[in-house]
Design a protein around this ligand. Structure first.
Ligand code: NDP
Length: 298
C-alpha cells in the first residue's frame, strides 16, 4: 500500500517557516500584505478567498480583499489592478479566477506588476519560468515540487508524466519538473492511448478536472502519484485519480483532500513573503524558489 504524501503536514511546516520570516521582515519595517481582487459573487471563489485570508492571518501576513461588482467593466478592473500595483503597502496581488464571462483575464494578468504577481500568471513570469530564470513560481506546481522534495522523493532522471496542459497547472508543472532534471512527458485530451503513457510514469501528476480519470491498471507498480484534481461528487471531494484502485499499486500518493490543495495555499504565502522581501530590496534569490528555505531541500 502506498505511503501517503501528507500535504497538510508539509504545508503547516512551510507556514511555520513563512511565519518566522514574516516576523523577521516586520522587525525591518516591512509588513507583508497580500491583496486579492474578487469580482462578482461566485460561491467557490468566495470560499477560496476566505481560505486565503485565514491562511494569511495565521502567519501574520496582512490581507486585503477588494470586492468588485460582477458587472464591472474591463477598464474599471484594470484601474483597480493599477491602484494596487502602485500601493506600496501591498506586496502580493492576485485576481481570483474565473472572472465573469464578459471580462478577458489575459489583459488583467498582463496588467499586474510582475514583482507582485504571486500567482505567477503574468506573461513575464511565465516566460521567465520557461527560461529557467528568477521569478515567482505558480503556487500549485511549486507546492508539488516542495511536497516531493520534503518527502525525499528524487526527481532527477525519473520519467515524469503530467496529465493536463493548462497554463495554471500542467504546463508550469512540466517546466518545473524539467528544472528538477526529470524526463517529462505531457499528455492531454488529444493524447491517444493515455494509459500506455501513464503506465511508463515513475512520477505521475494528474491535473485533468475529471473524477477518477486514472485507475489502477493505468499506473506502473511503485509509481509516485500526485493528484491535483478537486471535484465534488455526491457532496464529497474527490481527485482525478481513483484512490482505491491506484493506492495499492503506488509507492506514494497524495490524498484528496489533504494533498496538493494545502500546498497551493502555503506557496501563496511563501510567494507573498518572497515578493515583500524583493520589493523591500532585501534580495533573496527567487531563483529556485523551492530552494529558498533550506529545510527539506534535496
Ligand atoms: P483545465 O480544465 O484548465 O485543464 C485540464 C487539462 O486536462 C487540459 O489540458 C485537458 O486537455 C486535459 N484533459 C481533460 N480531459 C482529459 C482526458 N480525458 N485525458 C487526458 N487529458 C485530459 O484544468 P486545471 O489545470 O485548471 O485544473 C485541473 C484540476 O486541478 C481541476 O480539478 C482543478 O479543480 C484542480 N486544481 C487544483 C488545485 C489545487 O490546489 N489542488 C489548483 C488548481 C487546479 P486539453 O488541453 O486538450 O483540453
Amino acid at each position: 500500500m502506498a505511503a501517503i504524501l501528507d500535504g497538510k503536514a508539509v504545508a503547516e511546516e512551510i507556514s511555520r517557516e513563512v511565519a518566522a520570516e514574516v516576523q523577521r521582515l516586520k522587525k525591518t519595517g516591512v509588513a507583508p500584505c497580500l491583496a486579492v481582487l474578487l469580482v462578482g459573487d461566485n460561491p467557490a471563489s468566495q470560499t477560496y478567498v476566505r481560505n486565503k485570508e485565514a491562511a494569511c492571518q495565521k502567519v501574520g501576513i496582512a490581507s486585503r480583499v477588494v470586492r468588485l461588482p460582477a458587472d464591472i467593466t474591463q477598464e474599471e478592473l484594470l484601474r483597480a489592478v493599477e491602484e494596487l500595483n502602485e500601493d506600496e503597502g501591498v506586496h502580493g496581488l492576485l485576481v481570483q479566477l474565473p472572472l465573469p464571462p464578459h471580462l478577458d483575464p489575459r489583459p488583467v494578468m498582463a496588467a499586474l506588476r510582475p514583482e507582485k504577481d504571486v500567482d505567477g500568471f503574468h506573461p513575464l513570469n511565465m516566460g521567465r519560468l520557461q527560461a529557467g530564470e528568477e521569478c515567482l513560481w505558480p503556487c500549485t506546481p511549486h507546492g508539488i515540487v516542495q511536497l516531493l522534495r520534503r518527502s525525499r522523493i528524487p526527481l532527477a532522471g525519473r520519467h515524469a508524466v503530467v496529465v493536463g496542459r493548462s497554463n495554471i497547472v500542467g504546463k508550469p508543472m512540466a517546466l518545473l519538473l524539467l528544472q528538477e532534471d526529470a524526463t517529462v512527458t505531457v499528455c492531454h485530451s488529444r493524447t491517444p492511448d493515455l494509459a500506455a503513457l501513464t503506465r511508463q510514469a515513475e512520477l505521475l501528476v494528474v491535473a485533468v478536472g475529471r473524477p477518477r480519470t486514472i485507475t489502477g491498471e493505468m499506473v506502473r507498480e511503485g509509481a509516485v502519484v500526485v493528484d491535483v484534481g478537486i471535484n465534488r461528487v455526491d457532496g464529497r471531494l474527490v481527485g482525478d485519480v481513483d484512490f482505491e484502485s491506484v493506492a495499492p499499486r503506488a509507492a506514494a500518493i497524495t490524498p484528496v483532500p489533504g494533498g496538493v490543495g494545502p500546498m497551493t495555499v502555503a506557496m501563496l504565502l511563501f510567494n507573498t513573503v518572497q515578493a515583500a522581501r524583493r520589493l523591500a530590496g532585501q534580495g533573496l534569490g527567487l531563483e529556485g524558489g523551492a530552494r529558498a528555505y533550506g529545510a527539506g531541500a534535496g
